[in-house]
Write a protein that binds this ligand. Structure first.
Ligand SMILES: C[S@@+](CC[C@H](N)C(=O)[O-])C[C@H]1O[C@@H](n2cnc3c(N)ncnc32)[C@H](O)[C@@H]1O
Length: 284
């Protein structure tokens, strides 16, 4: 079968199951043929064998509502491919802004070596990206889920940073040694409230891990702990940087933060509140 025929078949099969054929047909066909998506047209005459049975399985899974990212088992974050499993959240483009702030700030500061902490690492998207973008930093990446930590380990290995990323099972800061101090604590914690959970799309609720999404009754259970205990894990001048939900800007600025100083909320490209920041003032 030629790639053009595979794409046409994929489109037909998706339409016959009432699924919108684009862009999924192109993404699935490119993955099946082992061709980068921007090369689909250029490579349309390429022989791809007969991947019909794999294609049918993938489309059946898609028709059941399973996200494309779990079917492919791989997704891009910050220009790198990350392996995923059903233990890991699918990394979102909004989270790239959370990471970008640290990468840009670090480069601007002229700092080289440093120690960063990623709480709730999932597939390791944040921790691995930081280690790859900032070659002199070391990162501790924690998660409550062992399955996620094992996927993150594979991604750290895949991107050549396993030597600088330490993975640890921990409920927030609980497994860290007292006295451990970081230049930056970064987290994309679970922040969906119990009420919002009901309104999430089925694809998210039925397939992504609830522990990665649900942040207690008001969505702030994990963030509240990160902020309350954060001063004990930051170096003077250090920053805690958390992704938040678009409606949580006002609530997070009122969270008790001890010696930390609330440093504002950054908006994403769509103008929605997205990243909350606290700093531990440097000693005078
Ligand atoms: C929103 S996901 C973020 C995953 C990844 N960092 C990303 O941005 O794609 C939240 C992650 O936090 C983990 N998690 C949930 N509660 C936690 C807790 N109390 N302590 C540590 N990790 C937690 C979940 O297992 C999940 O991997």
């Amino acid at each position: 079968m030629r790639l053009a025929e595979l794409l046409a078949r994929c489109r037909r099969e998706m339409e016959s199951r009432g699924l919108p054929p684009d862009p999924d047909s192109e993404i699935l066909s490119a993955a099946l043929a082992g061709v980068a998506r921007p090369r689909l047209f250029a490579e349309r005459e390429r022989e791809v064998g007969d991947p019909t049975s794999v294609l049918e399985g993938w489309i059946r899974r898609r028709a059941s509502g399973e996200p494309l990212q779990y079917i492919l088992g791989d997704w891009e974050f910050y220009g790198r491919e990350f392996r995923l499993s059903r233990d890991t959240l699918i990394p979102r483009p909004e989270t790239e802004g959370l990471v970008e702030g640290v990468v840009e700030g670090w480069k601007r500061s002229g700092k080289c070596a440093g120690l960063l902490l990623d709480v709730g690492t999932g597939c390791g998207a944040i921790a691995v990206t930081l280690a790859a973008e900032l070659p002199r930093v070391r990162v501790v990446a924690v998660d409550v889920c062992m399955g996620a930590l094992s996927v993150a380990r594979g991604n750290a290995l895949r991107h050549g940073v396993l030597g600088r990323v330490r993975l640890l099972r921990s409920d927030a800061y609980s497994a860290l040694k007292s006295g451990a101090r970081f230049d930056v604590v970064i987290s994309n914690p679970p922040y969906v409230s119990e009420t919002e959970w009901e309104s999430l799309p089925r694809e998210v609720r039925d397939f992504e891990p609830a522990v990665a999404l649900l942040g207690g009754p008001d969505g702030l259970s994990v963030i509240r702990r990160l902020v309350r205990e954060g001063a004990g894990f930051l170096l003077p001048g250090g920053e805690l940087r958390c992704e938040i939900g678009e409606t949580q800007g006002d609530a997070v600025r009122r969270l008790p933060c001890g010696p930390l100083r609330f440093a504002g909320v950054e908006r994403d490209l769509a103008g929605r509140d997205r990243v909350a920041r606290w700093v531990l003032p440097a000693a005078e």
